[in-house]
Structures are given as C-alpha cells and as structure tokens.
Ligand binder design. Structure first.
Ligand SMILES: [Ca+2]
Length: 102
C-alpha cells in the first residue's frame, strides 16, 4: 500500500512539474530569445510552490502580452522591487519575480 502511494505521489509531482514546463515552453523560449544565458524555470513567472499563481514578473510579462516583445518591454522595470531591473536579473541569472534571489 505504501509503494502505491509513493508511485501515485511521484506521478502527480511529474504531471504538475511537467505540465508547468510544457505549458510555459513558449514563454521560456521568449525569455531565452532575449536573454540567452538566463536560467528559466517555472518560478521565473510563477509563485514558488503554487504554479497557478503568477509572481510580479509573471504578471508584468502576462500584461505586456506574453511575447518576445513583452520580455523586452518590461526589461527596464523592477518587477520584484529589489533594485535590479528585470533585464539585469535575467542576465545575472537571478529571478526577476522574487526579490530574495541572488
Ligand atoms: Ca528586480
């Protein structure tokens, strides 16, 4: 019984994580088109641990139109309010949607 629960848990985690990656692929590619060296995972746009919720960068990107032009349009903004622009953060490999990242 315990093994069945573990298998179900692993399948659910893979579906959730894979679903995020699959659903966000065009968005990740849009960011990579502008910031080739950016580390682009789910949490660039989504809240940590709650992929149904967008963080500040994700909301700005969404409102700007979810495109390569949207990435460029918000690169000078500081969505998470940590003093570094979204573009500088993506170049540096930090998360533009979470102020606590370095
Ligand atoms: Ca910032």
């Amino acid at each position: 019984m315990k093994k069945t629960g573990t298998v179900i848990c692993v399948v659910v985690i893979c579906l959730v994580a894979g679903g995020c990656v699959y659903a966000a692929m065009p968005d990740a590619q849009n960011v990579k088109a502008v910031y080739e060296n950016a580390t682009v995972g789910c949490t660039v746009c989504h809240a940590e641990g709650n992929f149904k919720e967008l963080n500040a960068y994700g909301k700005a990107y969404n409102e700007a139109g979810r495109s390569v032009d949207a990435v460029r349009a918000i690169e000078g903004a500081d969505s998470d309010g940590d003093g570094s622009s979204n573009g500088d953060e993506l170049n540096a490999g930090t998360n533009p949607g979470v102020a606590a990242t370095e």
